[in-house]
Design a protein around this ligand. Structure first.
Ligand SMILES: [Zn+2]
Ligand SMILES: [Zn+2]
Length: 167
């Protein structure tokens, strides 16, 4: 059993109130309604683990209120992404995870393809090289996602000893 390890970049996030206000403003700009379902979803996201998958959110929401359809959840996730509240990153082949990035510093991820552990890191050398690449090709950087996929040390050990995967 691997004890949970602290995230590399602990930070104070914004309040749920702040995020709700920001989403409501975004929706009204788009002429969309801030429904009770959307409010409920935002609250669920606010209490979810920092990095979560759409299916995790669907499961949590359905345990509490099964009337919110999958389509609404996916649509709301995509609106939250468009509003800049959530960031969607790759979680291996054809899988994604979301995280709230409001009030958080930019960071990159290293993902274990076996157990799904996600670590955050921020390295000024990597950031600088990316800016350098943009300059070389004459680009202005708008955003970037940088992710490393690997096998974490706990999973490497397990594979070496042929042990059972941890629950
Ligand atoms: Zn692992
Ligand atoms: Zn993250």
């Amino acid at each position: 059993m691997t004890p949970p390890e602290p995230q590399a970049l602990p930070e104070e996030g914004p309040s749920l109130e702040d995020v709700l206000l920001r989403f409501r403003d975004f929706l009204s700009l788009k002429g969309l309604r801030f429904t009770r379902e959307r409010e409920l979803l935002l609250a669920a996201i606010f209490h979810a683990p920092r990095h979560f998958e759409a299916e995790d959110l669907i499961r949590t929401v359905h345990e509490r209120n099964s009337r919110v359809s999958r389509a609404t959840i996916y649509r709301t996730l995509s609106l939250l992404e468009e509003s800049g509240i959530l960031q969607k990153s790759l979680f291996g082949h054809n899988r994604h995870f979301y995280e709230s990035v409001v009030g958080r510093h930019h960071h990159d991820h290293i993902v274990c393809i076996r157990c799904g552990q996600i670590r955050e890191f921020d390295d000024s050398r990597i950031e600088a090289v990316q800016i350098e690449m943009c300059e070389r090709f004459g680009y202005t950087m708008v955003d970037h996602l940088h992710e490393i996929f690997g096998v974490c040390s706990a999973c490497q050990k397990q594979e070496a000893t042929g042990g059972e995967p941890a629950a």
